[in-house]
Write a protein that binds this ligand. Sequence first.
Ligand code: HEM
Length: 509
Amino acid sequence: METPTWPSLTLAWLATIALLLLSHYLRRRKVNLPPGPKPWPIIGNLNLIGSLPHRSIHELSQKYGPIMHLRFGSFPVVVGSSVEMAKAFLKTHDVTFASRPKIAAGKYTTYNYSDITWSPYGPYWRQARRMCLMELFSAKRLESYEYIRREEMNACLRDLYESSNEAVLLKGNLTTVSLNVISRMVLGKKYTDETVDSIVSPDEFKKMLDELFLLSGVLNIGDSIPWIDFLDLQGYIKRMKALSKKFDRFLEHVLDEHIERMKGVKDYVAKDMVDVLLQFAEDPALDVKLERHGVKAFTQDLIAGGTESSAVTVEWAISEILKKPEVFKKATEELDRVIGRDRWVEEKDIVNLPYIDAIIKETMRLHPVAPMLVPRLSREDCNIAGYDILKGTRVLVNVWTIGRDPTLWDKPNEFYPERFIGKEIDVKGHDFELLPFGAGRRMCPGYSLGLKVIQSSLSNLLHGFTWSLPENMKIEDLNMEEIFGLSTPKKFPLEVVVKPRLPKHVYSM
Ligand code: HEM
């Protein structure tokens, strides 16, 4: 065979490069992105996003439709705002969209993406989910902690009883219940007490959690325009670093105490979730090693996930009920009929309280804790409804808009729990019109615990007390504005006056 000459080799190379360029050009030309507003250089569409991003995105989706393409700085973002789109992203193509974007919050507040929420799709995250399913949130483990939930709920009801007829900030009481429940389940005890040598006071810890939720959800400019990240224009990175130092000091203390307790005890039986995680960390058979910072990151995720969301939901529910006294009347009729006036509601009673269940669903429809879920990231190119979604696109599923879609809900802006009575819709990721916990592989792993805490708090609060606004306030003054973060709490915490509804002896538990 003849050896190829230099000119023929050069020609072959040129032809190959030309072919590659041509195919690249054709591929790019053919890309059919979903509709969306024209982006500006550098900022993309960030100019259209206000301080309540879910509301800005809702407005945009009304104009551009159920699948919309935006640019946040240098990054493409696709928003799905209908049942069909939610199904496409979270069910049909779930595995393609099962990763998370690498944003500053995950880097600085959760040990460089070592937690469950921000870890990218892969063996580490899959193993974490297996741990949640088999161990941390197994039905058996959750059931074994029911006494903790009951004790903490009783303490909250006693506290409220003692402050009867005075104005109270309800969110504080609600966060105390969920923080105490989650601390005892995850950490084995309440590390946050008022004693002088306690590692952190309850108030300081609640502030840390509020800050964590806010910083995990904020639109940090550097996440969209990476080359100005170092300027930290909004000061968020500085706050994230300061916060992570505080959490680390607390978590180090917790781990040291747990390791000390386990030392030298043969066949130690795990007493709380940190014990379970430390045992996993010692397990040589684990697919991916769980390091000390991983145990800390998971622990922080469980505390944060378990505390804020249920308190936020119950605060919204009571606010809505205050605006609609007829809902309170129906709820208490159901409670009096099913439970009676001589005892509190227990977890086993919940199945017999369909109206309370409907109130919770209606609250989650109008006030989903995460109105656009937690952002996902496409792991490969994909085609949805005829549109191309390229690898690396950030994906938001806009459950806020779905919850207010007039084609799905009659009078969508009205708080009307009756709409769920006799309907089979649940909140567990099967019914795509109501997705407060998301759906698919990344769905909230703590949903059953979250639901239990919400159900028992709300039903006992309604059973035990009548609710009114402080004297100087009228129903019309009740502000229903939100703050955006990873959770979406009320902008102005609800201040209420409670009066006991049941005979006196019921409160001495
Ligand atoms: C009212 C209660 C709660 C609500 C509304 C809620 C909501 C959510 C939502 C919307 C997501 C994102 C799902 C997605 O990306 O599709 C999520 C993820 C998560 N939630 Fe919850 N959650 C609640 C309670 C809890 C509890 C009690 C825990 C743990 C103790 C928890 C731990 C987590 C974790 C670790 C993730 C990340 C999952 C992953 O990325 O694989 N949540 N939650």
